[in-house]
Ligand binder design. Structure first.
Ligand SMILES: [Zn+2]
Length: 330
């Protein structure tokens, strides 16, 4: 993931107001749930939304997800425009096809390097885009000892892809209420190198959408053994509430902390700029970020499983990205 990080606590007055609004919202939410009332008025949109209740089977396997991460780490560093990067894309495509996802590739050149986004599609209904970047940073510029070495990207790259590939295995077409796009972005992590910005692949995709996703959920750096996933400040507040509510139902309140901490520039920003509600699920408290220590040793099946279960459970809730919400849209 990215740059331009601003510790959310550093931003004062506006955020104090925002936090107090959200706390009010959360308090109202808890009150409604305790009273058993089925509907809740969203403080943000004024639209009645149903509390996120998991209705489907949650079968996500952390061990399988970790296997998908190890396969990527075994390839080695996987920067955009390298043979290893292309090999990683081919690996992703093979897994998607194995589980009968319809695969689309989006290719373009940037600064004479070939960039390839990959999308696996399945299901019918409103489109939900679940995304992760699969490229890894070509230099470990936060590494004090070897700042010119490439990173393996066990967490920053492999972990998000691993969760999406395991979702490819466990999401059954017959159970889907939405059309799911499992989306693998290239060229996220070359920012501030050779004049490149971050998030090139996602920006290209968001600018060339033929169909409009109902919402977008990004997973990035979610495999840390010491997992603490806070609300990301640029994300859509209703979607944050829904997803963290599902995490609480699964008993993961300790790991999905419903508090703002970081505001990040990541692959969700281009979709937010298109007016598409988007969330960045990211654990940015990670000491090995952009160092050669970011290997698959730093991530665990349990951490991957919690994130995967939350996403699988959330897809079954009939929340903001559901058909019901679409039908209420004028
Ligand atoms: Zn990164």
């Amino acid at each position: 993931m990215s740059k331009h990080l601003s510790l959310f606590l550093g931003v004062t007055f506006v955020l104090v107001i925002l936090c107090s609004l959200l706390l009010t919202h959360a308090a109202a939410w808890n009150g409604v749930r305790q009273n058993g009332a089925p509907w809740l008025q969203s403080a943000d949109s004024g639209i009645a939304i149903q509390p996120a209740i998991i209705t489907g089977t949650v079968s996500f396997s952390g061990d399988m997800a970790y296997h998908y991460a190890l396969e990527q780490c075994t390839i080695g560093p996987r920067p955009t425009g390298t043979e290893a990067g292309w090999q990683t894309g081919d690996y992703i495509i093979n897994v998607l096809k194995e589980y009968e996802w319809s695969v689309t590739e989006q290719m373009f050149d940037y600064d004479e390097l070939a960039v390839r986004n990959i999308v696996g599609k399945k299901g019918q209904g409103p489109i939900v885009l679940l995304g992760a970047h699969y490229d890894t940073r070509p230099i470990a510029d936060k590494d004090l000892e070897t700042p010119h070495e490439p990173i393996i990207g066990g967490n920053d790259g492999a972990s998000g892809v691993a969760v999406l590939l395991e979702l490819a295995r466990v999401l059954n077409e017959t159970d889907l209420q939405q059309e799911i796009w499992l989306t693998f972005f290239d060229a996220e992590d070359r920012g501030h190198i050779d004049g490149w910005p971050y998030a090139i692949g996602s920006a290209y995709m968001a600018a060339h959408l033929q169909e409009r996703p109902q919402c977008m959920v990004l997973v990035d750096m979610i495999g840390d053994a010491d997992q603490n996933i806070f609300w990301e400040a640029n994300s859509d507040p209703e979607l944050l509430q829904e997803i963290w509510d599902v995490a609480a139902q699964l008993g993961y309140r300790q790991y999905f902390v419903p508090q703002y901490r970081w505001g990040l520039s990541d692959d969700h920003i281009p979709f937010l700029k298109q007016g598409i509600p988007a969330v960045d699920i990211i654990d940015f408290d990670y000491p090995h970020w952009h160092t050669t220590q970011d290997t698959c040793d730093q991530i665990t099946p349990a951490s991957l499983e919690r994130v995967g279960e939350v996403l699988q459970g959330w897809l079954s809730t009939g929340g903001k990205c559901s058909a019901a919400m679409v039908s209420e849209t004028p």
